[in-house]
Design a protein around this ligand. Structure first.
Ligand SMILES: *[C@@H]1O[C@H](CO)[C@@H](O)[C@H](O)[C@H]1NC(C)=O
Ligand SMILES: *[C@@H]1O[C@H](CO)[C@@H](O)[C@H](O)[C@H]1NC(C)=O
Ligand SMILES: *[C@@H]1O[C@H](CO)[C@@H](O)[C@H](O)[C@H]1NC(C)=O
Length: 183
């Protein structure tokens, strides 16, 4: 009985280490996603100070009456052009799960907001070897003008916010259930 419990605890710790936590990065920290009180480099400074990894989540919190979130290509990011987005969100509390390495470009689609600085380039770096399974190479290098990952990687529904956490949880439950059967 006691040994079984300890075995389960050890198993859970092992699984949680491999799932790497999945950090939620709130864009702009306490300011959130806004045009108020920001400089044109505000979100760039914020994103370059972070270490984004596959499994993390990007969280946009904002007043939905004044802002939205539009994911665009690198080219349309530079041009502040939101007319052909990969996806867009407008709930005021939108999560984007990072599923691949590369660049993810987000802008506010409301008139003038992107030009005022409400845009962010999220660069998801290669995981360091000590932090988990070895990844595939960068899909969109720092200087590349190639489009970001295909729209199929996008989860437009806010419900999918923690899908990667859910999948880790499902894996955990599967392993626990399988192990329990084996005893
Ligand atoms: C903008 O910044 C000023 C000074 O830092 C602060 O007093 C003010 O409350 C801020 N306004 C908003 C809307 O955050
Ligand atoms: C915005 O981007 C779309 C698709 O990439 C393009 O067709 C359109 O001409 C662009 N608009 C402007 C004003 O550049
Ligand atoms: C945003 O949604 C998350 C859950 O997805 C929730 O925990 C959080 O409190 C929400 N934030 C706001 C400001 O509504």
């Amino acid at each position: 009985m006691g040994g079984k419990m300890i075995y389960f605890l050890v198993l859970m710790v092992m699984i949680c280490e491999s799932c790497n936590g999945g950090i939620v990065h709130k864009v702009g920290e306490s300011s959130g996603w806004t045009t108020l009180n920001i400089t044109s480099s505000y979100y760039n400074s914020w994103s370059t100070s972070k270490n984004f990894q596959v499994g993390d989540t990007i969280l946009f919190e904002y007043n939905k009456e004044f802002h939205n979130v539009v994911r665009v290509t690198h080219k349309n990011f530079n041009a502040c052009n939101s007319t052909a987005p990969y996806a867009s969100w407008a709930t005021g509390n939108d999560s984007f799960p990072i599923t691949k390495q590369g660049h993810y470009y987000f802008i506010c689609g409301l008139h003038g907001h992107c030009r005022a600085g409400q845009r962010v380039d999220i660069r998801v770096v290669q995981r360091t070897p000590s932090q988990g399974p070895s990844p595939s190479p960068l899909i969109d290098g720092p200087d590349s003008a190639a489009p970001a990952p295909a729209p199929s990687a996008v989860h437009p529904s806010p419900k999918s916010a923690s899908s990667s956490l859910h999948s880790h949880f499902k894996l955990l439950m599967f392993v626990v259930a399988t192990t329990a059967l084996a005893f």
